[in-house]
Design a protein around this ligand. Structure first.
Ligand SMILES: [Zn+2]
Length: 228
């Protein structure tokens, strides 16, 4: 009887240990085992937990301590700055899990490109996701040709996406369908630009080490939809 109790106790300890280990960030060993597909699956499963309001325990204290050893993240998410899109939470990720690059309108720009090249080539990230979102103010501004200080140059980076969308009579931000189409076109354009403007990224994707995907976040239900 004693033996059974000891074995059950040991099994429980192993299981609990495993559960806690599951909420820690990747280390060099676990990062090596990741593939672009497994990371994408992991992020989308996290988004499902987010939409259900079932975020996992981020285990902050243990993660902070472990972070001193280095970083071996899984993905780079290029997102808009919108306060309604809390990127780590959206994918139920925490300290040491993902790089997040944010700029209004999720356009690449040289600074983002350099950051993504570092994240993939140097820090070993397997997945790059360009994440646009519903009702994006930057995209709306580009649709309306807003001029404001340095924002003018930033919005100019979205203008090609605005111009690429056809078939709408009302081409202002008042037309939600038009804005939705531009948001999608803008994500697709950023994904294409990443491949075109970065030999590093294009090379990594070609050899299967990295995958670049586009996605849209819904403000209505918090879900992320991948673009094919
Ligand atoms: Zn936005």
């Amino acid at each position: 009887m004693m033996k059974v109790i000891v074995i059950v106790g040991l099994l429980a300890a192993l299981l609990i240990g495993d559960l806690f280990a599951g909420t820690l960030q990747p280390d060099a060993e676990t990062q090596k085992k990741l593939t672009p597909e497994s990371v994408l699956k992991d992020l989308m499963a996290g988004n499902e937990r987010y939409t259900k309001g079932e975020l996992s325990d981020p285990n902050v204290k243990a993660r902070v301590e472990k972070a001193v050893e280095g970083q071996f993240p899984k993905a780079y998410i290029l997102s808009c700055v919108d306060s309604r899109v809390p990127v780590e939470q959206v994918f139920d990720q925490s300290i040491g899990d993902i790089f997040v690059g944010r700029v209004a309108g999720n356009v690449e720009g040289t600074d983002q490109l350099g950051s993504i090249e570092f994240a993939t080539k140097v820090a070993g990230v397997k997945l790059v996701m360009v994440l646009g979102h519903e009702a994006c103010g930057a995209v709306k501004g580009a649709c309306d040709h807003v001029k404001l200080g340095n924002l003018t140059d930033l919005l100019a980076e979205i203008t090609p996406a605005v111009e690429s969308v056809e078939g709408h009579e009302d081409r202002s931000s008042k037309n939600k369908e038009f804005v939705d189409d531009v948001i999608e076109a803008n994500v697709r354009k950023t994904v294409a630009d990443l491949r075109e403007r970065s030999e590093v990224l294009a090379g990594l994707e070609k050899e299967g080490a990295v995958k670049i995907v586009g996605a849209i976040y819904s403000l209505h239900d918090g879900s992320v939809t991948l673009l094919d």
